[in-house]
Design a protein around this ligand. Structure first.
Ligand code: DGL
Length: 270
């Protein structure tokens, strides 16, 4: 069986999902697509997010023998997943589905925060799904648009990042939340600074962890689990492969060989 799992995001954020995948499903071959040349997605309209992600999905389907696709991005999951799934011959899982239940199990005081890119927060998806499960939970949402470029820049330990985090998270901190959803796959890379600002008593929820549970269950139920000894790890980006490799290697703590460039014009033809 030579089938791969395809993961896609606007940049390096989806590597937080890939990192969990390597840990939980080390035998799976993967192809990762980061649309860095058109990032951030979170500041774009739902129509543009859908068009960009449709092109990425078509590129992956046309060029690889994929058995499962994972939208390793909250913005794509929130804004485009139902449309993408409808027109795909293979299943596409996102990062949001399992999180609301996890939140309900985590919160003691029923005060929950969610931080993400503009489009994810504006979609109201987390707020709606959590309220459906428990209408008594109050959800405090905060856009953190600058976190994504800071991560792309590899600035997780800079003092400027801490100042920006304090500014974004100040209100949430005083909302007495006990659980905070990192609703952008870039944000777990900033986990230590977010935890430092929010304090130890706040539980941080990383959607990548919940997503991997769903991926595992899907593969097991469909007898698609791989047993490869040395799985391939392919990487494609739409700009600056070297910058991606640098940040990616640091986060994954392993070598990334052959990050290939895909011209945006090529994607637009998909
Ligand atoms: N990693 C994406 C997410 O989870 C980043 C969004 C963006 O490109 O702004 O939403």
């Amino acid at each position: 069986m030579s089938q791969l799992i395809g993961l896609f995001d606007s940049g390096v954020g989806g590597l937080t999902v890939l990192k969990h995948m390597i840990k939980e499903l080390p035998a799976e071959k993967t192809v990762y697509f980061g649309d860095v040349g058109r990032a951030p997605y979170g500041a774009r309209s739902p129509e543009v997010i859908l068009r960009y992600s449709q092109q990425v999905v078509r590129f992956l389907l046309e060029n690889f023998d994929v058995k499962l696709l994972v939208a390793a991005c909250n913005t794509i999951t929130a804004r485009a997943l139902p449309h993408l799934a409808k027109s795909s011959p293979i299943p596409i899982l996102g990062v949001i589905n399992r999180v609301p239940q996890k939140v309900v199990e985590s919160t003691r005081n029923k005060r929950v925060g969610v931080i993400g890119a503009h489009s994810t927060i504006a979609s109201g998806v987390y707020q709606t799904l959590i309220k459906q499960l428990d209408p008594q939970i109050e959800v405090f949402a905060q856009e953190c648009g600058l976190f994504m470029p800071l991560v792309e820049e590899g600035w997780q330990n800079e003092s400027a990042t801490k100042i920006i985090a304090e500014s974004y998270l100040g209100l949430l901190k005083y909302s007495r939340i006990d659980t905070l959803i990192l609703a952008c796959t870039h944000y777990p890379i900033l986990k230590s600074v977010i935890a430092e600002v929010m304090g130890d008593e706040i539980t941080l929820i990383d959607p990548a962890v919940e997503c991997l549970k769903e991926v595992k269950e899907y593969l097991a139920a469909n007898h698609l689990l791989s047993t490869t000894q040395k799985p391939d790890r392919l990487f494609y980006v739409t700009d600056r492969p070297d910058a991606f490799r640098l940040v990616g290697e640091r986060y994954l703590d392993r070598k990334i060989n052959n990050v290939a460039l895909v011209a945006i014009e090529t994607l637009e033809k998909c």
